[in-house]
Design a protein around this ligand. Structure first.
Ligand code: BGC
Length: 387
């Protein structure tokens, strides 16, 4: 059942990061106009209008997302005292997302993470990609899934309000073979979960590895650095990488390294030791559970100050943990906040980076998708408060 809610959503005061406990309004959803894309230079098509979908669950958690990039723009969750804050980095307006940004709230695809030297071989043929992370390809290429307009449709499901974005990536787009029909579904359940479901099918053998790329700050998007957040990751191993973040192909134990999050520790405690250029965590964990049919626990993050807890569960074998090392204040986000280094973290369940060029991982992390098969991923971001 759809409800027209403009007055109620306005009453929630969702423009600010911290909001008072709103009156009961959910579960519900609403579609509104968000902005207009500039007319393409070829002059063939007119301007495209971009919609925003607002989902509100029975506990008044609010998720906002847009059909440009299927990007999550806002996510309001309560702290231990029931006070709401917007816990994802992003922009107030479409112009922010068009102006260049490091994948805030996006879905990386058709192949998330890095592909070494922007090329791969499939069934004996070499495919060349755009080297947007010179000399490598990152998160899909020059115009990844984050820069495409999707077809959105919201509904109220038995578990909570939901929106599905559909798009077919044409054969040859960004150099990848096969027309890939993709569906991204966000459900804001009445159990305070953001469930991200991906489905994809192809008409030619291709590669597919999708990853959700929201930057979280459990204290609020405008609350400064996340060094005090406590993180636990269910992985005894990781994939070491070279200086350009291409994995060496080895799988090594985290024990005795700064990357060991098998027991909860703050992000700040071993941040300097993590190394890298710029310094910080930006690596793929080999989740102990491997690939699973149902989402299983991958990571748990606690912000001791607000008491907000985020648990990440996924079907995927890998987890890229990234601490916003490249944020440098140049992105002026919501309410004009300049997002600086370590102001947000990403928990991106996915297959391992550069899997297509790493045959030794075939049994653990296969990114090849064939006609007749369906790529499926479910990742759950579960919110609660520390007891
Ligand atoms: C990668 C980072 C990259 C960032 C871009 C993350 O998924 O791990 O290396 O800089 O995306 O926003």
């Amino acid at each position: 059942m759809r409800r027209a809610l403009p007055a109620l959503f306005a009453a929630l005061g969702l423009a600010s990061a911290a909001t008072a406990q709103p009156a009961k309004t959910g579960p519900a959803f609403e579609e509104t106009k968000y902005g207009v894309l500039p007319a393409p230079k070829d002059g063939k098509k007119g301007p495209t209008s971009v919609s925003q979908y607002t989902l509100i669950n029975k506990n008044n958690l609010v998720l906002k997302c847009i059909d440009y990039g299927a990007i999550i723009t806002e996510l309001h969750v309560p702290d231990k005292d029931g006070k709401f804050a917007d816990v994802v980095l992003g922009f107030d307006k479409l112009e922010g997302y068009l102006g260049g940004h490091p994948y805030f709230g996006s879905n990386a695809g058709r192949c998330a993470n890095r592909i070494a030297n922007a090329k791969f071989q499939l069934e004996g043929k070499e495919y060349k990609l755009f080297a947007n992370n010179d000399p490598h390809t990152l998160h899909g290429g020059k115009e990844g899934f984050d820069k495409k307009v999707w077809q959105g449709k919201a509904t109220l499901t038995a578990t909570g309000p939901s929106v599905t974005f559909k798009r077919t990536s044409p054969d040859g787009e960004e150099g990848y073979p096969g027309a890939l029909a993709v569906e991204i579904t966000y459900t804001l359940t009445d159990n305070n979960e953001l469930v991200v479901d991906y489905r994809a099918t192809t008409n030619k053998t291709t590669i597919c590895n999708l990853a959700h790329h929201s930057y979280f700050n459990l204290a609020g998007h405008n609350a400064g650095d996340i060094k005090g957040h406590e993180v636990q990751i269910a992985a005894k191993n990781y994939t070491p990488a070279d200086g350009t973040l291409i994995p060496t192909g080895k799988i090594e134990p985290v024990a005795g390294t700064a990357f060991d999050f098998t027991k909860a520790k703050t992000i700040g405690s071993d941040l300097e030791k993590a190394g890298g250029k710029p310094v910080g965590f930006d690596l793929n964990y080999v989740l102990d559970k491997g690939t699973t049919k149902r989402p299983e626990l991958a990571a748990r993050v606690v912000d001791p100050k607000s008491g907000r807890v985020l648990e990440v569960l996924s079907t995927e074998p890998g987890l890229q943990f990234y601490t916003g090392n490249f944020l440098d204040g140049s992105n002026k986000g919501k309410a004009g906040v300049a997002y600086k280094q370590y102001n947000g973290f990403c928990m991106e369940p996915q297959k391992f980076p550069n899997s297509v060029n790493t045959p030794e991982w075939k049994d653990k992390s296969d990114v090849v998708l064939k006609p007749g098969d369906t790529y499926k991923q479910t990742t759950v971001y579960q919110f609660s408060v520390a007891k």
